[in-house]
Design a protein around this ligand. Structure first.
Ligand SMILES: Nc1ncnc2c1ncn2[C@@H]1O[C@H](COP(=O)(O)OP(=O)(O)OP(=O)(O)O)[C@@H](O)[C@H]1O
Length: 329
């Protein structure tokens, strides 16, 4: 028998009332996080990511659909589900600033009804790199240290699932790297995670699977290759040329295999960035301009993500940030 997914969401819906209207912030979402994997939920502002994380964390009830954590339904079996969840919110405060790191952790363990031994506490602080600051007041901590303390709080009870809602938001790049490597270490030790992030680099570095959502609905789902295939982009080329003419754009867009064209000024030259369907990059002799420099590489997540959102915008479903289901009469 195969082990149950650590997190499983099925046909998940959450509606909110706004005046006399009801709007769907999450509209039929399905996702799974197998053991030891990271699933990233990405999408524009208002896409429904935090609402999904809040439902998974048991803080918010779904309107319909189901969520289970290690087979425990978060609505019917909240306590058991909660015992397997650690929640980390980006930019969160929430510690007693005049208390030390270890006093805070003891307090939050008690709130969760968990008994934490001195050894377990020092192990957790050690793991997040705060062992030498265990007795320091949190008010003396940098933002990066506070964020590491949040992760310590989330892993105190050694949960199977971490819910990481923008865990590096507002952190400087060096500290963000530290937090990501801590997440990687936890995942290497067997923890699973649902991650939301606006950093495509973070998602590329951490996620095994990706769910792209907008307006509460899934646009694409799978590993990086599957997202690329859904977006229809294989490679991205950057061409340096002397002079740009707008007619080149329509020439390029009507060529087979071109997915999008972006143009940027680069000093006295112009950079033309073309996203191609997989395997469609032609020799530069087939381009409408003389190429002075050229670089082609596999499409990154960011290009694929932007292409998926652009398609959604073109198909006319991008107007409302979430779907209106019940207009006031
Ligand atoms: N408590 C609430 N009451 C009413 N509407 C809400 C509530 N919480 C969220 N929403 C709405 O649900 C939609 C989804 O919001 P959510 O915060 O889940 O998006 P998000 O993808 O996390 O966005 P961001 O990237 O900006 O954090 C938004 O339109 C938001 O206004």
């Amino acid at each position: 028998m195969t082990a149950p997914d650590v997190l499983s969401c099925r046909s998940l819906v959450r509606e909110f009332s706004r005046g006399r209207e009801r709007r769907r912030a999450v509209d039929g979402l399905d996702l799974s996080v197998p053991a030891g994997q990271v699933c990233a939920l990405i999408g524009p502002n208002g896409a429904g990511k935090t609402t999904t994380v809040r439902m998974c964390s048991t803080l918010l009830l779904p309107t319909s659909g189901s969520i289970s954590v290690l087979g425990h339904d978060v609505v019917r079996d909240t306590r058991a589900a909660r015992q397997n969840i650690g929640l980390v919110l980006g930019g969160e405060r929430g510690f007693y600033l005049r208390a030390s790191a270890q006093e805070n952790l003891r307090f939050f363990a008690a709130v969760q009804g968990a008994r934490i031994t001195r050894r377990a506490l020092s192990d957790v602080l050690d793991q997040v790199g705060l062992a030498d600051r265990a007795r320091s007041r949190v008010e003396t901590f940098s933002r990066g240290m506070v964020q590491r303390l949040h992760i310590a709080r989330a892993i105190l009870t050694r949960p199977a699932l971490l819910l990481l809602d923008e865990p590096t938001i507002g952190l400087d790049p060096e500290v963000a790297v530290e937090v990501r490597s801590l997440v990687r270490q936890l995942v290497a030790e067997g923890t699973s995670a649902l991650l939301t992030s606006h950093s495509m680099r973070e998602v590329e570095l951490l996620a095994d699977t990706i769910v792209v959502i907008a307006g509460g609905r899934t646009l694409a789902q799978g590993d990086a290759q599957a997202i690329g295939a859904a977006a229809g982009i294989g490679e991205v080329s950057s061409y340096l040329i002397d002079d740009w003419a707008e007619s080149y754009r329509s020439q390029l867009l009507s060529s087979p295999g071109v997915r999008s064209v972006d143009v940027h000024a680069r000093g006295l030259m112009t950079e033309v960035v073309v996203a191609w369907r997989s395997g469609a990059v032609p020799g530069s002799a087939h381009l409408p301009f003389l190429v002075r420099g050229e670089k082609t590489q596999a499409a990154g997540l960011e290009e694929c993500y932007l292409a998926l959102l652009a398609d959604r915008g073109r198909s006319g479903t991008g107007g409302a940030p979430d779907s209106l289901i019940d207009a006031a009469s």
